[in-house]
Design a protein around this ligand. Structure first.
Ligand code: PEP
Ligand code: MN
Length: 372
């Protein structure tokens, strides 16, 4: 699908293959805050791979704190020189790139609001032409896998060989327990399309709060992501940005201690055999599901014909209410989640209506496939 994989350097982020930890404050606020966070992290999180800090902050509304800008760069240099921690910061335009390179920053990252804009990504790629620096690319704010891949392709074309992707969730309309919905299938798809690009998770921006951080981190590891980026602040409640989601280095230590690092494979023969057996059963059940679904849709078409002949409307709301209610009761009795069951039946119902619609429209001389 993409030209990226074969020229990238897959192990640059984690030469030993162990999941990496990237931490540091959302924003660099002062020299003291930066040094305090870095020293505390080094003490509590010896496996820290990169120290992160926002120097320029993309804020939704003006008059919020927009980062300290170039003034913060020497503070980060101090962290690097005095504590030996490699530094990563976000860049959003060519000027940021120039200043970051001058300051000896080790790794750059593109934020979600930059990845979404091909003009900005291209500007950064052009500024990086001929520069050998690793770049991490956060997913765009909207759930568009191609835009994410496209940003990495632009950088790769400029000669960047050490790329990584950061999954930070996707902006959605409406209420959610997450600040940015993880939509796990998208990073999984990315991993399938670009298996050699390390993929790490940013639970802080997915959660937007502290309570869900541990669960989202575990989920990322279980999906074989290569690491996590967690915003860390010495006094989270008084942080100048993203207060609710930042944690102290001590809390990060606890989260890391509780994570289970599962292996991808096990040498146990009985384990492999059992897994194989379960997978066969799942394959079988899925093919039955598809067969049943096809049969169900055939019946929907027949209902469509019946209603057409009787000139009855497609949607009978009372029947639908009753139907979904009974199905949800049964599903919950069998241990299926309510949201899952509801969404599944809504989807099935929608397809049914579409099919009945196609039957009706045919009678009027055009087919459902007509572009009009
Ligand atoms: C950040 O990492 O501080 C940040 C601004 O993230 P995102 O681009 O994911 O919103
Ligand atoms: Mn942040």
């Amino acid at each position: 699908m993409s030209s990226i994989s074969h020229i990238t350097t897959p192990n640059w982020l984690s030469p030993d293959g162990q999941p990496v930890v990237i931490a540091g404050p959302c924003s660099a606020e002062s020299e003291a805050q930066v040094m305090r966070t870095a020293e505390w992290l080094r003490e509590q999180v010896p496996q820290l791979r990169l120290f992160r800090a926002g120097v320029w902050k993309p804020r939704t509304r003006p008059n919020s704190f927009e980062g300290m800008g170039p003034e913060a760069l020497p503070w980060l240099r101090r962290v690097r020189e005095e504590l030996g921690l490699p530094i990563t910061i976000e860049v959003a335009n060519a000027e940021h790139v120039r200043l970051a390179l001058d300051a000896g920053i080790d790794v750059l990252w593109l934020g979600a609001r930059t990845t979404v804009n091909p003009f900005s990504v291209q500007e950064i790629a052009d500024a990086l032409e001929g520069v050998d620096i690793p770049v991490m690319v956060k997913n765009p704010i909207n759930p568009d896998l191609q835009l994410w891949i496209g940003a990495m392709e632009r950088l790769q074309k400029a000669g960047i060989t050490r790329l990584a992707a950061i999954h930070r969730g996707f902006s959605t309309h409406g209420k959610s327990e997450f600040r940015n919905e993880p939509q796990w299938h998208i990073p999984i798809e990315l991993k399938r399309a670009l298996p050699e690009i390390p993929l790490i998770c940013d639970p802080s921006h997915i959660c937007g709060n502290r309570t869900l951080l541990a669960d989202v981190s575990q989920r990322a590891l279980d999906l074989q992501m290569q690491g996590i980026m967690i915003e860390t602040h010495p006094d989270p409640d008084n942080a100048w940005s993203d207060q609710q989601q930042q944690v102290t280095p001590d809390r990060l230590r606890e989260i890391l201690d509780d994570l289970v690092f599962r292996r991808e494979q096990s040498e146990e023969v009985s384990f492999e055999a059992q897994l194989e057996e379960y997978r066969k059963r799942i394959d079988l059940i899925d093919s039955e599901l598809i067969n049943l679904m096809a049969e169900r849709m055939d019946i929907s078409r027949m209902i469509g014909h019946l209603k057409k002949n009787q000139k009855v409307t497609i949607l009978q709301i009372r029947r639908w209410d009753e139907m979904i209610r009974r199905r949800l009761v049964l599903a919950s009795r069998l241990g299926l989640g309510e949201d899952f069951s509801r969404e599944m039946f809504e989807l099935i119902h929608e397809e049914s209506i579409n099919l009945q619609n196609a039957v009706m429209n045919k009678q009027r001389g055009f087919s459902a496939e007509d572009p009009a």
